[in-house]
Write a protein that binds this ligand. Sequence first.
Ligand code: ZN
Length: 629
Amino acid sequence: MLNTNAINSFLRQHDLRIAQNPCVSPDFCLDWAALSARLVAGGAIKEWPKSHFATAAGEWTLLEDEGTGDCAWRLTTQAANGAGGVLTGGVRVGGGTMVFPATWENLLRLKNLVQEHDAGATIFPTSGAQLGRSTLGIGARFTTLHWPAVDWAMSALDLGVTANQNSIPRELVYDVNAMLEGRLDSVPFPFIGTNVPEGHQGQSVEGMSHGCVLAKLKSGFHQRRIAWSFNADHQPIGGKFDAREDDLVRGCLLASYITFDLSPELALNRPAVIADVPAAIVQQTRARVAQAGLALDDAAFGRLLGTVWPAMLKMKQRDDKYATARAAAFTTDIGRTYLRELSIDELPGLTTPETTAVMLALCEVLEMPVNFVAPAFGFQKNMPYPDNAALRTLIARQWAVCEKFGVSIGFHSGSGKSAENYRVMGEVTGSRLEIKTSGRYTYEMGVAIAQSRTAADQALWRDWYRFTLEMALAGAFSNDATEQKMARTFIVDPLVKCGSPLAHDDALLFGSPEATRAALEALPASPEHMFFFEYNFLYVLAAGGRPAKSSLGDHSPAGYQQRARFYAISPETQLLYAKGVARYIVFLAEATGLVPEETCASAKARLDGYATFAALVDEISEAPVAATR
Ligand SMILES: [Zn+2]
């Protein structure tokens, strides 16, 4: 079990409390001594009225000190002396009533108690219902502020989705102690010509796992009994990640869905020869590929198999570790089961149907069948695919293979495609798909906050926009060729859209930094500008909000103080944001054919009707009227 003493005292010492900076520690109580004393003394503590659930031990309620965000579990039992040993750290507050700290350890125990008592409970992420066939992946590149909208949309559409999805260790901190000890690696970001520390969102994988469960209890979403999943996205297999794979496995314990990304191992370019592969596996794989209708000659099959074999062995080893960790920590089948996705879209070029077939056959033969596979379709993040007929052909060729294996298609880099693109994806696959979106929800925050009339939010918007403008400007004059080229692309695009004559005159536009600055500053501040979209997520953990490479992904108090600015946004902005996020999820569900048009239409009408954020949150626990008829 991860020791959380160091992270909790770091956060307390710098006054980075959960209420203003959630999901950094795996625990949702940083100071149990203080909270338990207040509970015993009968101090004012928020009792979340919709959070009730039962286990064999009794009735549970989530409590929170709203000043600090520290949380506790209250258990009411029939037993006169309480049930002290159910969780750790318990304190008696009345005859049959105990309170326990909301620690990571207690959350894992609680998962067993809940699922042993009620296999259909949806408090925790699972792999249930249609989640392994048809879903939407709702990632976030910067905060957890989109969750109310996601839960509202699932409830209104009566559709469980991949409600939590993040790349680890790229976006989330995989180990808070490694973070405190300065042992985080860094990730190359070629478009800014530098490396940014891992975990650039600032939250830990366990903290986020914990936070999304508590968020659902607070709103009463769990009362809707809609299964949802948590995807540990792009789990890197092999290469330099071998050294810490046990830590990656431990951090992702609560994920009910694992995406295997083989690119670190494949990038080593150390293919096996066919003689290295056990003969029985070669035969079974060959037969399965043929059965799926793919004709490959021996040489081509051997080359393909040899290329992927070392990576597939490492995937198998990792998969065993995920399964073993769940078997050790969890007591029920539903608690142990997880979905799998094989991500191959990171490999260069478009994925051929033959490659997909060999990979899927190997997954079957090695007894780690996948639910989703993500081939490369040549998608650019946040750009529509330009040719729908070509897209239909491309997907149809992949689907012909996937269908034979009973595997759905994962569409990565799925944000910002056109309605027609999504319709094609849905039609060709019969809605057996997952659209993974992420950057969209940062952009939606830009849209919301730019419209806000709250002074502090307006200031945050101006600072945020300015940050992206300065990043673009510095990049445009960088000595790094890739960085310069990308930055200039991001600058020219809005100038074209705004009809600036400079857009078509590179010599003038980039003649001097002053000329570029003047052109950028002549633009109206807008979240629609490409440079805002590309650089925006780096602002959340930028120390002091500074647009300098050295400030990015800062895990010191300066980075977290910056992050707190977003968690302080007004209810007005939260409502604008929630409406934008929910509207986008409804749009995706409709375009891909996951939810009937009428349901989507009534969800949109309801959404338009909310005048306050509280009203929207209040209805997360309500079944839509049409669905109950
Ligand atoms: Zn991918």
